[in-house]
Design a binder for this molecule. Structure first.
Ligand SMILES: *Cc1c(COP(=O)(O)O)cnc(C)c1O
Length: 375
């Protein structure tokens, strides 16, 4: 008798083809590891568009005072109080809001709710990549329409629609180019789509825009019930580490999306911190906008002095084009204690994206760039 050899069949037999094809995203290492790796004593993280001011004061207070025993109790499964507060603020019914573990999670909710085998979504080629990634690793086609002059191309997107298109994702303002559609342009787009697809407007950086032509997208819900708006507490509200964001939509649309929502994914501390962050947030928003405006003025001036092309629009970030490979620039800047986003992954080879923040960080960045250009 031959002994049984425990040879298992290849794992790949279990893995869908679209997962096999997909490459995992590798996040950056923690600060302590990076400092060791690059030999720097301090590190300015300018890679994730975080708010250098942190969360608003009332949220900081709530975080400090979180009663430890509450950690053993499950959070509200549907962020009950936060939704009521947001509903008052946005003048929508709380049931029109779904809160997620960051806006990242609500992207999956929407794609799962509307897409089935053979369907597609449409977005830009150079934008926040998570729409494309979630679609692709879930087995749906992501149609990527090239930006036009660094902007979402409305006509190009409309031309890609077919009868299997379920969702159009528009990042407004766009990460990483900072461009955005005005209310008039968004309205024209929604009129042409005419309710045939879901239109997602991702406003992760909406609170940074100071222009009155920026859409009041929530108000447009009355006219365009196929519209879904994403917001996050990660950027302006400085709560990226607690992971909380939300979507707002028409009752009927949100009732569908709710079915694909994982309850309890938003932790208690995130819920109460977000609630508190909305208290007197006008002051926090004004301070953050001042910081970003001053940071941009400094960077525009210094980057021009360095004779580097750059793209700077709305949001707390800007992009710089370098005469060298962006991966190499990333490593060189790390050695100077400055972490930027290298943009090859966003299909912008030789560009970096930097978060606009406090003066010392901006000065370190400029110094680092000067070094990168001269060695
Ligand atoms: C940061 C970001 C998000 C996601 O933020 P969360 O931290 O998951 O809430 C969504 N969209 C864009 C464009 C972003 O830049």
């Amino acid at each position: 008798m031959t002994p049984m050899t425990p040879t298992s069949p290849p794992l790949s037999r279990l893995v869908p083809e679209y997962v096999r094809r997909f490459t995992a995203y590798i996040p950056s290492k923690p600060d302590d590891e990076l400092k060791k790796l690059y030999g720097c004593s301090r590190l300015f993280r300018l890679n994730n568009n975080e708010n250098a001011l942190g969360p608003p004061a009332p949220a900081q207070e709530v975080i400090k005072c979180f009663p430890a025993p509450r950690a053993s109790i499950y959070p509200s499964g549907d962020a009950y109080h936060l939704r009521i507060r947001l509903g008052e603020r946005l003048e929508v019914h709380p049931d029109q809001i779904l809160v997620g573990n960051g806006a990242n999670e609500v992207i999956s909710f929407v794609i799962k709710a509307f897409c089935q085998e053979g369907d597609n979504i449409i977005t830009a080629d150079k934008t926040f990549a998570v729409y494309e990634w979630v679609a692709e690793f879930s087995g749906f086609e992501a149609r990527l329409v090239p930006l036009q002059d660094f902007r979402f191309d409305d006509q190009g997107m409309l031309a890609q629609i077919d009868d299997r298109t379920k969702i159009l994702f528009v990042c407004n303002p766009n990460n990483p180019t900072g461009s955005y559609w005005s209310e008039a342009r968004l309205r024209r787009f929604l009129e042409t789509v005419a309710g045939r697809q879901i239109v997602v407007i991702d406003e992760a950086y909406g609170e940074f825009v100071e222009d009155s032509g920026f859409p009041n997208s929530i108000r447009l819900l009355h006219e365009f019930p196929n519209l879904v708006v994403f917001r996050t507490f990660s950027k302006m509200y400085g709560l990226a580490g607690l992971r909380i964001g939300y979507l707002v939509g028409d009752h009927e649309v949100v009732d569908v999306i709710r079915r694909t929502c994982v309850v309890y994914s938003v932790n208690s501390l995130a819920q109460i911190a977000a609630y508190a962050a909305l208290e007197q947030d006008g002051e926090h928003i004004a301070k953050t906008r001042d910081l970003v405006r001053e940071g941009k003025e400094l960077l525009h001036r210094e980057i021009r002095n360095l004779r580097l092309p750059f793209v700077s629009g709305a949001g707390n970030f800007l992009m710089v084009q370098l005469p060298i490979n962006d991966g190499l620039a990333y490593r060189k800047l790390m050695r100077e204690g400055v972490m930027v986003r290298s943009m090859t992954g966003f299909r912008f080879p030789n560009w970096i994206r930097v978060t606009v923040g406090q003066r010392d960080a901006m000065e370190a960045l400029v110094e680092g760039l000067r070094k990168v250009l001269t060695d």
